[in-house]
Structures are given as C-alpha cells and as structure tokens.
Design a binder for this molecule. Structure first.
Ligand code: ADP
Ligand code: MG
Ligand code: ZN
Length: 643
C-alpha cells in the first residue's frame, strides 16, 4: 500500500470537526477595512466634484471666435485653463452656460486681443492646495493607515512578530468534546489501551499520590482514515477534559520561529487548563528526521520540533496534561520523539476486520434511514480493506444514491452500487482483489499451520489477512512464552520452516507462487547464512565464524554487506550450505502442509471469512492442545555477548 501523505490543512472527511471556541486572539472584525474603502470612494467623488471645472467646456478655437465676436465678459487665465463668463444671452439655456472653461493653448497675442475687446481679465495662481490634498496626501495617509492596521494585526498587542502565532487563532480548546468511545469501533485493542489514559485524566490525584509514572505522550499509529483523530477526541470526550488540537502540517509554511512560539504558547495554555489533552495530528509533517542540510531549508520545522521536544521534556506530566500524537508514517519520525518521556507509548490503530467493519457501519448507519433488506454483515464482508473513513463514506454514498432515485430509505442495492463505486476509487489505494485475498489467506495459513504443528516453536498468537498500512498484506504473529536468550539449531530450523510455510502453502494449494513471500525469503536466507557463517551450525563447514563481528546484535539496523575473509572456495561452500539448509526447511514445510492439506483448506476458508483469527481458534481447528506456559526444557540464559 502506498504511503499517502495526508493533505495539509484540508480535511476531506471533515466529519469530526466541531465548532470550536478559539482561545487565542478572537477574530477581529474586518470593518476598518470597509470604512476605509467607503472613505476612498467618497474621496473620489469629492475629487471629481471639486476639481472638475465649472461651466461648459469649449474648444479654444470656439473661445477665440467668441472673444472676437465680443461675447466674453470676463476671463481668468490659469496656467493650464482659462475660465470665464460669457454675455447673458450667449447660451441657450440660461445661467449655467454663461460659465465656460477651455484648455489654454500657447497664444502670446491673447492679452492683446482681450485688451482690444475690453474683457476684464486676471491671471490666476492655481490653488494647488485642494487638488494636492485630495489627489495624493489623503490617499497616502490612507495607505499608511492600512499598512499600520495590518502591521498591528500581525504584531499583536504584546509586540513582536511572535504573537502572529496567536493571531492565527488556530489553537483550539474544545471544552466539551461530544465524541465517545461508543462512536469508534473496530479498534478494540487501541480503545483498551486508551481507557487507562481516560482514567488517569479523570482522576490524576489517585495516580500521582501513589507516585505512579504517568504516560506523557501517546502516539496513535495507523493507516489513514482508521480513526486516529476520532480516538483522540473520544479520549477527551470520555474524560471530560479540554482538547487542544494542532496539526503538524500547519507549521510547515510558517516563518522561522513562529512554529516554535506556537508550541510554547500551546503548552502554556494547556498547563493552565490541566487536566487536558494536547493533540498533535499528523505528527510526521513536523517530526520528520532532522537532517543536516547545507541550505538550512528545514530550519523552521527543526526549530519547531526542537521546541516540542523541549516542552515535552520540561513538562511535568503529574499536572495532568497528556500529549497525544497521530501519524500514518511512523517510519519517518525523528527517533528523538519516541524516546522515554516523550511519545513513549505507541498505540496501533489498524484497519478493521470483518466484525469491526460491521460495527463501524452500524455506527454510521444510525444517521441514515436503512431499509429492512440491508444486511450490514454482508456489506462488511464485501468491504475488505476499507478503513473506518471509507466505511463512513460508503454509508453516505449509499444514502446519496437512494436520494437520487427518490427512495424513502437506503436499500441493499444502493449499498452494492456504492461499494462498487468506492472500490473503483480505492483501487489506487490498493485494496486487495478477491484473488489476492485468497493467495494471502493460503499464505498466512501456511505459516500458522507449520508454526503450530512443528513442536517447540512459539505458539501462534494471531493470524490476519487485514491489509496493514505499512506494506504487509497479512501477518502471522507468534508470541514467545518466555524470554529467549538462546536458540538451538532445531529452533532455527523450525523458524525457517515457518518462514517458508507461506510460500509452500501457495505452491500446494494454488500451484503457483506470488511475490508475497519476498520478505519471508529474505529473512530465511539471513537466518540460514548466519547459521553457517556465524553460529557454526553447518556440519560441512564446522564450528567456525566466517563473518567476524559484523552484526551489532542488539540493533536492528542492516549492516553494510561486508564479506569476511575467506576464499572463493569457501564462499561456494557457504552458498551451497545455505541452499541445503533452506531446501531442508522447504521440504519440511511441504511435508507438514501436504499431510495437513485438509486443515490448510479449513483454516484458509475460515480466515477468509473472519480475517483475523486468534491462536486458540487456530489450535482448535488443527486439533492441537493449548500451549503450556511452562517452558518445555530449561534454558540457561547466557550473558549477552559483546556486540
Ligand atoms: P485518521 O485520523 O486515522 O486519518 P479520522 O479519525 O480522521 O481518521 O477518521 C475520519 C472519519 O472516518 C471519522 O470522523 C469517522 O467518521 C470515520 N471513522 C474512521 N475510523 C472510524 C472508526 N474506527 N469507527 C467509526 N468511525 C470511524
Ligand atoms: Mg486524522
Ligand atoms: Zn509470509
């Protein structure tokens, strides 16, 4: 499944946002701006009125002929215009037309002509005062005013650009969250883990009086749309505490220093309102691994992240503030965020199985009129791979379809077409096809059966064919009964058989192999190689370590492939031994699965039906007894070898 980045600041689902009361600066009315614009309009009109010359505007030639015919009584000569008065009877329509203006033309003889006709004339010093004031001084003052207005908005009362952080008014405290755990379904394990947080928030004293360690940060991890945001809100709703939420992506486009200031601000406000929850959604947008960049282009995000780390460290969780985070890309998070005292608790919010999907559908169907023929169980069975948000969307889509065809309730037919439509849309998000699901079911059943039938292996805890966000199409989880410090050669052989069991089941049941076993093969090959070159478990090569201390055993970090010091011949021998070990394991897996061919069918069919199978049910299907919790043999823990 491709990693899809959540759209910053735009929530396409949007269903979980409620009207919230801003805590920071309240939104200011924009009216000053409107007053300003109105004023500008008045100014324009005034300017037109005052500066438009009075009277009729005539061409200079007409003025000259009027002058010649003795019609002009008075003239006032400015440097650009000549204004004047005509004789009473000159115009046709009375008083108005006695006034005239004309644009002045360079005419040195004008005064002589005026003298000759006996016209009273004056020179005019044009009064620049009014036009100047109207023309540019007032607009200039106005612009300065607007600039000042925005500047004040930006810098805020306490001064400094810092309170820009506040004025974005995005720090919300939702004092009364309406979401409850009952509104979230299909994520029971996550809910169970969060119940403890709720209890603590409801009664922090009870815990702190005993000196208990309270979790500081809880990170919700899971694919998009599985209800992480919803769960965080439900925790606040259940505990009846204020809910501060911020999204990591909101910080991305800010000026340097602003994000850090907002984090500081957020924690200050939260402290004042404790007990409460601070929720940072899309933590990955903010908490990506810090990198040394010569351009310093990530400075803002890093400052913000550093501030967050500092605040989390300096924060006394006994005050009753729980910091929650959510991400669908935990792999990109800066490891510093996951250290003890920060987001040290991680809660997996996975895609729902069939039962979970039915429950989620039920929740969302509450708001919709459903026809009696609708069986949500069937809908749930047909929507493998859908996350909670997809299911919410499905119910809505079905309701829209019903409305379009003027029905009074939403029928099964509407659900069917909505599913078809959504699956087509989800194709991009890689929802498994029926055929793929079958392959994955056989594959996982193969792992699980080999792990259960072979003696001495860790019992299977859970098998799942619910597609996970992080690439895996299914998984088989084994849980050890006790801590292991040593693995025998037999244990490792068994593990190899389990790893190859998936692929072997595909071969046996479908006569075809898929790419799904790539990771299994890689791990199996790694183990086989280590058996030969590090643990001296190959009889052909003997008790010898060929690869030196290349592997820091306690770090799960892939090391650069560095070959030990051995010749070509030994290399060939090593390869041959690895191959032999893997072939043995493959044969063993094939043996087990062929003898249990009918069981493979049964488990696969059941798995396709319920998608997630507990270990106990698997053992019942296979007719194997429950694993005992007492260790089969005594294992003496060895001191860890130095890496
Ligand atoms: P995420 O934060 O994991 O991406 P959201 O919490 O934003 O997912 O989920 C979006 C919407 O989808 C929710 O508001 C809710 O309506 C629906 N939804 C998602 N998961 C669930 C669930 N487990 N139970 C009920 N509704 C869900
Ligand atoms: Mg979310
Ligand atoms: Zn596998």
């Amino acid at each position: 499944m491709p990693n899809q980045r959540s759209t910053p600041r735009f929530n396409p689902r949007g269903g979980d946002r409620r009207p919230q009361r801003p805590l920071g600066a309240s939104a200011r009315p924009s009216s000053p701006l409107w007053y300003g614009l109105a004023f500008l309009a008045v100014l324009g009109i005034a300017q037109m009125y005052f500066l438009t010359p009075a009277g009729r505007s005539i061409p200079y030639s007409e003025f000259k002929s009027l002058l010649k015919s003795g019609q002009v009584v008075e003239a006032s000569i400015g440097d650009q215009q000549i204004r004047g008065t005509l004789k009473q009877d000159a115009g046709a329509d009375g008083k108005q037309s006695r006034q005239f203006t004309t644009t002045r033309v360079e005419d040195p003889k004008l005064t002589e002509e005026l003298d000759a006709k006996g016209v009273k004339y004056t020179g005019e010093v044009v009064n620049r005062w009014l036009p100047d004031v109207l023309g540019w001084i007032i607009p200039l003052l106005f612009l300065v005013g607007i600039w000042g207005f925005f500047f004040r908005r930006m810098s805020g009362a306490e001064g400094g650009v810092m309170s820009f952080a506040r004025s974005r008014a995005k720090i919300y405290a939702d004092d009364e969250v309406k979401v409850r755990f009952a509104d979230v379904a299909g994520v029971d394990e996550a809910k169970d883990e969060l119940k403890e947080i709720v209890e603590f928030l409801q009664n922090p004293k009870k815990y702190t009086n005993l000196g208990g360690r309270i979790p500081k940060g809880v990170l919700l991890v899971g694919p998009p749309g599985t209800g992480k945001t919803l769960l965080a809100r439900a925790v606040a709703g259940e505990a009846h505490v204020p809910f501060f939420s911020l999204s990591g992506s909101e910080f991305v486009e800010m000026f340097v220093g602003v994000g850090a200031a907002r984090i500081r601000d957020l924690f200050q406000q939260a402290e004042a309102k404790a007990p409460c929850i601070v929720f940072i959604d899309e933590l990955d947008a903010l908490g990506k691994v810090r990198v040394q960049s010569p351009l310093g282009s990530h400075e803002e995000r890093e400052q913000t992240l550093n501030q967050l780390l500092a605040e989390m460290d300096g924060f006394d969780s006994r005050k009753g503030v729980i910091i929650m985070g959510a991400t669908n890309r935990p792999e990109v998070l800066d490891p510093a965020l996951l250290r003890p005292g920060r987001f040290d608790r991680q809660v997996l919010v996975d895609k729902p199985d069939v039962k979970g999907r039915e429950e989620i559908l039920r929740i969302h169907a509450r708001d919709v009129k459903i026809a009696p023929d609708v069986d949500l169980k069937v809908v749930a069975a047909r929507t493998a791979g859908f996350a909670g948000a997809d299911l919410a969307n499905l119910v809505n889509e079905a309701a829209l379809l019903a409305a379009r065809s003027d029905q009074t309730s939403v029928g099964m037919k509407d659900f069917e077409s909505a599913i078809d439509r959504l699956i087509a849309g989800l194709e991009k998000k890689r929802v498994m096809s029926t055929k793929e699901r079958k392959i994955v079911a056989y594959h996982e059943s193969g792992h699980a059966i080999v792990a259960t039938v072979l003696p001495g292996l860790d019992p299977v805890h859970k098998i799942s064919i619910v597609q996970r966000g992080f690439g895996a199409l299914g998984y088989t989880m084994q849980l050890p009964l006790e801590d292991r410090y040593l693995m025998t050669r037999g244990d490792l052989y068994g593990q190899l058989a389990v790893l190859l069991g998936g692929r072997t089941a595909e071969e046996i049941a479908l006569g075809e192999i898929s790419t799904g076993a790539q990771n299994d093969l890689q791990r199996a090959t790694d183990i086989a190689r280590a058996m030969v070159t590090e643990f001296g478990m190959s009889d052909a090569l003997g008790a010898i370590n060929y690869d030196g201390n290349k592997r820091p055993r306690f770090l799960d970090i892939p090391m650069p492939q560095e070959r030990g010091l051995y010749g070509e011949e030994t290399a060939q021998l090593i390869d041959a031994e690895i191959k032999r070990i893997l072939t043995d394991a493959h044969d063993k897996a094939r043996d087990i699965l062929t003898t249990n061919r009918d069981k493979l069918e049964i488990v696969t069919r059941r798995l396709l039906e319920i998608e997630v199978m507990e270990g106990d049910e698997l053992r019942t299907l296979l007719g194997v007894s429950k694993p005992s919790t007492t260790p089969a043999e005594d294992r003496i823990p060895l001191p860890p070898t130095s890496p």
